[in-house]
Structure formats: C-alpha cells, structure tokens
Design a protein. Structure first.
Length: 619
C-alpha cells in the first residue's frame, strides 16, 4: 500500500511543477494511424472506444474489450492469460496493431490482452473484418488498434488516476502532454498490482489461489515539425509484467505456476506532405520475451523471445480531388526462439496498392491488393474491396469483401518432435453487408458477414500418420463462420441532464465444415451494453454482459460446455473540481454487482462481487 501511495505522491509533485502554463488553446492533434484507419475502412465497421468508456474499465484491457466490443474474450481466470475470438475465429486470427504496426507474437501468433495497459493508449479502435492488406498476418476476424497521439500547440496537460479495490488491487496512472507550435511530447507511466485472492462462489470456502499479478508500463512520444510540410515522430513503450497462474477446481492450492513477460516497442516516423504528394516512412524495432516457471519457488523457467525489424514506406498521390492512389512497401526481418527452438530468422517483403475514390455525400470506395514474398513459404495473393454509400440523409450502406491470410507461427513449424515444417498459410474469403443510421445523437449499424477459411492450422492428435496419437499441427480444417452484428449508440441531452446508451450484439455460427460441428469456445449469442446518466458534476452508469453457452470439445458433447452467464457492473462519479483547466473526480464502481457465479473457461471461477474506488485528476 505504501509503495502505491509513494508512486502517486512523486508523480503529483513532478507534474505539478509543469502545470503553470496556459492550456486554453486549440490544439493540433497528430494521429496519422487513426486517420489512415478511417481512410482505409470504407465498408468496414470501426468502433472507437472513447475516453469515458476507457475510464469505466481501467481494471484491465480484457475488461474493456469484454464489456464494450463484440469480441469474445477467453481468460484463464481473472488476470490470467487472455486471448480474443473475433467473429468465431481463433486467437491468432485477431491482429493487434500498435501505431500501424502488427505486434502479434511470432512464436504463437497472438497478443495477450492482460499484457497491455489499457489507459496508456490515447486512442483505441476496433475494426471488424479482414485487414491483411494493411496489417498482414492474422488480420482475419478483425483488428484492434492502439494509437498514441501527439498534440501541437502551446499546452501542458497532466492526468493522474489512482484506484484501489477488493483483493488488494491497486491501479495507478500518470500521463503528461506538452506542446508548442513545433514540438509535441507525451509521457505515461502505469503500475498495477493485485493479490487477486477472491472467493469462489458455489464452493465450500475455496479461494482463487496463486493468482497475484503486477505490471509496470511506460510510454513516450515526441514530435518535431521540421517545416510546414514535414515532421519527425518517435514513439516508445515498455511493459514488464509478472503474474501467477490461478489454480482450478477442485484443488486451487496445487497451483504453483508463474509467468513473466517483457515487451519493448520503438517506432520512428517521418511524414512529408506537399500538394498532391505524401510520404510516410516508418522504422520499428520490437522485442518480446516471456518466461514460464512451472514452480514459482524454483529458479528454472522455459522462455521464448523475439525481435522484429520493420521498414515501411507509404507513398500516396492525389490524382484528382476525389481520387488517390497509395503504395505501401514493407520489409520485415524477424528473429524468434524458445528454449526448445533455436533462433530462426524470417524475412518478408510485401507490396500493397490502394485506390481511393469518393463522390461527395454519395459514395466512397477502397480497392486494395497485396503480394508478400516470404523466406519460409508462399503467401497467397490477397485483395479487398470496400464501399460505403449514402442513399438518404443520415443513412448509409456498407459492403466489403476480402481475401486474408495467417502464416504459421514458429511454434507451429519448429516445435521439437511436434512442429510441422510442411504447413502452408491459412487463407480466408469473406464478405459483409451492413446498413446504418447516423446523426449527432444516434448511431445504428447492423451487418451480416460470411467467412470461409481454408487450410486452417489446427493442433490435433494423430493428425500426422507418421506420429499417431501425438498432437501436431496440420492444414486440414476448413471452417465457415457467419453471423449478424448489431451496434447502437444514443446520446441525448435534456437541459443539463445527459443520457447515453450503448449496445453490441452478435450472433455467430462457426462450424468445422468437414464434421459440421460447432467450433469450440464460440458463443452463439454475445451481448454487452451500458446506460449512463450525468447531471452537472454527478454521473452514474450501469454496464451488462451476456455470454451464451460454449462447447469445449470438438465433438460438441453437451456435458462439456461452459454455461451462459450474465454479469453487471455499476458505478458513480462526482467531480469535486470542474473548471476549464482542472478536473478532480471521485468514483466508485461495483463489479459483478449481483454476485453471480460464472466461469469463462472450465473449472476457473471468476470474481464475486467486488469494489473499486478511483480518483481522476486532470490539471
């Protein structure tokens, strides 16, 4: 407890010394990754998670996605390993993009969401549907975008968020932003920890043992305007995390596992725009490492690590006022190894062409193609076409179709005695049609989609005839995913009373085409939503999650399922100080307010009713 108080106190002193400059000026926001995402997403649904949504879900990135997006999240107990299933696809079919760079692991093809600090990012966007043209391997079900934002213009801003809650859980965040006409800088630091020893409902006094975690994160950003046509930007982030793996029913005290991960991301970007020409050059250096301890009391661990070098050049030319052509060239070199796999180096060159055409207030169209040349295997040629039409005022029709891919990971290819060097990349053909209505107060979107995946990589026992009974990865499965997604957002002001409502609902059918059985861990029905109310300095909200039953075995046995569950959270906030330059808010949140017993994965009960008190100070 003292360590958390000291952390907050030091940050407050440091930041207060910078807080004297005038910040009441209109700022120039630089977020090129978000701008490109919107430009390249005609026909696709993009869900932006606002600051107010993020502030309601600071516990973890997993919680943020689970209660505010149509993504199904698998989590090995609260705070444990957490992965996504987007539109019924596997965890390695969701790409996580940091400032335009794909950061999925080369070893397992995934990103663990409890290894991301939710409130250090300035913008979080979720795009449904395939995105291999822009983002490469794994962008099949959808993509999650984490962006840092630089603001030019004279200002100094500080934000301090501190919270404490049940199970000795503490979350601390400090963010600092500075700007002038030619310079923009930002810094963020976050520290989170929890004993995570909650009671297991429905048991005879059992607790979640061996579930403690802590993590420390930093982020830096710097931008400099070289002249009125060009600027240089630098971004860096670092994450150090340690978490124990919770036990399972019926004997939680037997758990001794521990896991540590270290992520270091660096990006240098140069942007030039003059008349019809625009150039964007990016160089990224990323490192990832994990250490797995089968017994946390013994200093022996298995490990995996990787380093990535990426050079990306984006050139665009404005042909006419309503059309442009864009060329994206990438050169990537990845080194990966584990204690079981010697270091391998994979090189890849890719070339993409994107054509944009728009007719004001009528239609916007993206046409895209991409070809990759990989040192390990042949990557399929991919393409995409998206369009958004506006037939009537405030209405829109969107449509998209694409071919996407996922390359085998190092674990798939090289794991000793189990890997399969003959694997080829997965590919998918997908299409989507949606309609919607949008005003300043209301946004509605309903869409239907279809995904046909071939050469899907699955680990299966006896899949290799030369090694019967051994779990090995093979290209056998063909899957069909289809469904409906509905999103609604309503904001209404009546005098000084403000009301808001958000809803995400998805109906998903995902089947193995060869057996006609449902894929595991894909709920047919998934819904989450929230209602909020604010008046002057007071605000309150309620958020709810419904997750349908999921099968846990490929033969769809009824006695091997995770039952459906409903979970609700409620919170209130009061702004003690609210001026143009300063805001001090106090909030209370109750998670699982109805104290419901539920599991996300078998034999891993989730937390009972728990409480959180937070302070949010902007100055």
């Amino acid at each position: 407890m003292m360590r958390n108080i000291l952390f907050v106190f030091i940050l407050l002193i440091v930041s207060k010394s910078f807080a004297q400059l005038d910040s009441i000026q209109k700022l120039k926001v630089v977020n090129l990754s978000s701008a490109k995402l919107q430009k390249h997403s005609k026909g696709f649904k993009v869900l932006a998670l606002s600051d107010s949504i993020i502030l309601k879900n600071t516990e973890s990135f997993t919680t943020l996605l689970r209660f505010n997006t149509p993504i199904y999240i698998k989590e090995y107990g609260a705070g444990g390993t957490s992965t996504a299933s987007f539109r019924g696809t596997s965890a390695s079919n969701t790409a996580v993009i940091w400032n335009g760079i794909n950061i999925n692991s080369i070893n397992n093809g995934q990103t663990g969401f409890n290894a991301l600090t939710v409130n250090l990012f300035d913008n979080i966007d979720v795009r449904s549907g395939g995105g291999s043209i822009e983002f490469g391997s794994g962008a099949i079900g959808g993509t999650i975008h984490l962006n840092d934002q630089l603001r030019f213009g004279n200002h100094i801003d500080n934000q301090l968020v501190a919270s404490g809650g049940s199970y000795d859980t503490y979350n601390n965040l400090y963010k600092f932003s500075f700007g002038s006409e030619r310079i923009a800088a930002k810094f963020g630091a976050s520290y989170n920890q929890s004993e995570n020893d909650y009671d297991w409902l429905g048991t005879d006094g059992l607790k979640n043992e061996n579930g403690a975690y802590n993590n420390l994160s930093f982020s830096l950003g710097f931008g400099y305007k070289l002249n009125k046509f060009s600027k240089l930007s630098v971004f860096s982030s670092k994450f150090n995390g340690s978490r124990e793996f919770s036990g399972t029913l019926p004997n939680p005290s037997a758990a001794k596992e521990k896991y540590k991960d270290y992520n270091f991301r660096n990006l240098i970007a140069y942007n030039y725009r003059k008349n019809e020409f625009a150039h964007d050059v990016r160089f990224a250096y990323l490192t990832q490492e994990y250490r797995y301890f089968a017994d946390k009391n013994v200093d022996f661990y298995n490990y995996g690590k990787s380093k990535t070098f990426l050079l990306k050049y984006d050139f665009s030319f404005q042909i006419l006022d309503n059309s442009s052509i864009e060329s994206i060239t990438e050169l990537e070199s990845v080194f990966g190894s584990t204690d079981e796999i010697i270091e391998k180096n994979r090189k890849q060159f890719s070339q993409s062409i994107i054509y944009n055409l728009s007719f004001e207030n009528i239609a916007s169209i993206n046409a895209k193609i991409r070809k990759d040349f990989n040192s390990d295997y042949n990557v399929p040629f991919v393409f995409a076409l998206g369009a958004e039409l506006t037939p009537l005022k405030n209405t829109f029709i969107r449509v998209n179709g694409s071919k996407n891919y996922r390359v085998p990971t190092y674990n798939d290819l090289y794991w000793p005695a189990l890997g399969n060097a003959d694997l080829i990349p997965e590919s998918s053909l997908q299409s989507e049609f949606g309609v919607g209505y949008k005003t300043k107060q209301v946004k509605l979107d309903v869409g239907v989609y279809y995904i046909n995946s071939k050469d899907k990589i699955v680990w299966t026992p006896g899949g290799d005839s030369e090694r019967p009974g051994i779990w090995t990865p093979i290209n056998v499965a063909e899957a069909v995913n289809k469904g409906i997604e509905f999103t609604a957002a309503v904001n209404k002001a009546i005098g000084k009373h403000l009301f808001n409502f958000n809803l995400n609902y998805s109906y998903t059918i995902a089947k193995d085409k060869s057996t006609n059985n449902y894929l595991t861990y894909v709920p047919k029905h998934l819904a989450n939503g929230s209602v909020g109310y604010s008046y002057k300095r007071f605000s309150a909200f309620y958020q709810h999650l419904f997750t349908g039953e999921v099968y846990t075995t490929t033969d769809n046995l009824d006695n091997y399922t995770v039952p459906y569950y409903n979970v609700g959270n409620v919170g209130v906030n009061y702004n003690i100080i609210k001026t143009n330059n300063n805001q001090l808010g106090l909030g209370v949140k109750v998670n699982n307010v109805f104290n419901k017993e539920y599991q996300v994965l078998p034999s891993r009960p989730m937390p009972n009713r728990n409480f959180n008190i937070n302070i949010n100070f902007k100055f």
